[in-house]
Design a binder for this molecule. Sequence first.
Ligand SMILES: Cc1cc2nc3c(=O)[nH]c(=O)nc-3n(C[C@H](O)[C@H](O)[C@H](O)COP(=O)(O)O)c2cc1C
Length: 170
Amino acid sequence: MEYSELIAARYSVRAYRPDSVEDEKLQAVLEAARLAPTAHNLQPIQLVVMHTAGREEEIGKIYHRPWFVQAPLVIAVCAISSQAWVRKSDRFNARLVDAAIVADHLILAATNLGLGTCWIAAFNVEAARSVLQLPDEAEPVIFTPLGYPADEPGPKIRKPLTDLVRYEHW
Ligand SMILES: Cc1cc2nc3c(=O)[nH]c(=O)nc-3n(C[C@H](O)[C@H](O)[C@H](O)COP(=O)(O)O)c2cc1C
């Protein structure tokens, strides 16, 4: 898909077909995540791929929407704070920015392959830590289901550019 088509085509998919995701497509999506830029190229990220079949109840504890476990796969993007770049001047830690870029690469690659995703930040952190068996150093940042969409995109509601962009100064 051409890039402008791709970014227009991506939407938050909240209903999934049960069809499995071909392994080549999963690997292509993960490869797109791997190619994402990170601060100082430190790549302080771990991806956890979960198959939902037979684990719906357990994985459903992470995010209580039936469509979350309708998809055959759920992917977690986790960050490791101690591995991330830290800005000297104010100790800003780039892990969440890095994780978001990785997630965006993954999500856009999925869209390009006809797969659906949905950014999920409103998950239960305690359940996520327990289900993923995360070590203390790993922080779950974003989840997404990955599967074939069973819904249709709605209208893209966005602020106009005039509300978002300033030129030369604030
Ligand atoms: C950081 C982030 C967190 C989000 N968390 C959730 C979520 O927990 N649950 C959900 O249903 N959608 C979530 N969304 C999806 C947004 O609601 C959605 O992207 C936005 O409404 C625009 O719609 P679109 O993705 O269909 O273009 C999240 C999106 C982002 C970028």
